[in-house]
Structures are given as structure tokens and as C-alpha cells.
Design a protein around this ligand. Sequence first.
Ligand code: PXP
Length: 239
Amino acid sequence: MAKLGVNVDHVATVRQARGTVEPDPVMAAALAELAGAEGITVHLREDRRHIQDRDVEVLRKTVKTRLNLEMAATDEMVAIALKILPDMVTLVPEKREELTTEGGLDVCMNRHLVQKQTGLLRQGGIVVSLFVDPDLEQIKMAHRVGAQYIEIHTGTYCEARLTEGRQKELQKIEQAIRAARKLGLGVNAGHGLDYLNIREVVALGGIEEFNIGHSIVSRAVLVGMERAVREMVALVKGG
Ligand code: PXP
């Protein structure tokens, strides 16, 4: 049965909007674990726009399930990972101006760098996953450079509006799962998954862990609104 890894980056985004200490992604991670999450994911971006170094350090001490650190394949990030020692590192492409990760890592184009950083991380005892599009060449290269896992980028499937395009993307994901498993790679998946589009991906089978952030944090804000307002109304009324 697949596991859910919860990405708490957006909790940090809200905190950073005010430059304060709340909401704390560390507390969100603990609540996610209490609710059944089997992993916590954070993306430490080079520009530190949401998750901060402190968050990763504290999460390493408090996460009771597994900590997956998403990061760019840079020397700075590899040094941080080797100090923090998350259970898994997922290497992702990173562009400063993007709103979120756009597409998978081009392992074929960057194979020497990815191979070097994967080797360093693995020597440090960290399991390495590469975030890739459902593309057979990328998957073969992920295996060749020494990754133990891939995370299939599901964004294109999630964005496909028409049924036909969606089915085509789903087929690519299915083929990617098969190819990766044949090579002995573990398979995770994520990006853009929500409460509606996840069913068909789960039904494919073969995916170990789903990493989901935006839809969960979005829903948390809405389902938590009533309670949060009730509590404040009681205080305003002097109750
Ligand atoms: N997996 C990777 C590699 C990502 O970069 C992200 C976004 O940070 C996710 C999963 C989660 O995507 P979403 O926030 O759309 O659920």
C-alpha cells in the first residue's frame, strides 16, 4: 500500500509572509504525522523563500517517520544534506523566478553533476531520489547515475484538462513506473496531486510514496477556518 509524505513548504510560506514564527512547519509536520503521514518533505530552496535552515535542522530532530529533503544538486545543498542527514534527498531542478518546481530534473543533460552529487550523498548514508518527468531516457539515466529512487513528476498529468490528454499522461506515468521498477528503482510520485486527481494515479499501483503539499495545506486552511474563527469569537466576547 502506498504511503503519504506531506510537504509542509506552504506552511512556511505563510510564516515568511509576516516574517514571524507562526505557523511553524515543524508543528505542522508533527500534526501530519499524528494524522497518519508516513513521511515529511521540505524543499530548502537556494533563495530560502519558505523553508529555512532552522526548519530542516529542527525537523531532523523531531520527525518520527522519515524526512525527505528536496533540494537542487548544488555543492551548498549537498553540504547541508551531509550535515543534517535526512533519510532521503530528492534532487530537483530549481530556477529562481519559478513559483514552484517546473518539470523534472534533466538527468541526461546534467549527468556528470547529478552522478557526483548522488555519489556524495549516498556515501553519507542518504537515500537518493531524482525528481524526473515520466520519460524513459531520464529514468534509465537516473539508474545509471546511481539513484535508488525516482519521483515521477505528475504535474503534466494534473494540469491536462481534456480527458484524452489526461489519459495519455497517465499512460506515460504507468510506463515510467514499470520501467523504473524493472531497473530496481523505488518509485515515488508528486506535484499537483489533489483530492480528485490522485485516485487514478493510486490505481496504477507500483508507487511507494506520494509527496503532496499544496492541496493538503489548501484544504487545511479551509477545514480549519471554522474552528479558528469560533475560538477567536469566544475570546472577543470575553469567553
Ligand atoms: N514533489 C516535488 C519534487 C516537488 O517539488 C513538490 C512541490 O514542492 C511536490 C512534490 C509537491 O507538490 P504539490 O505542492 O503540488 O503537492
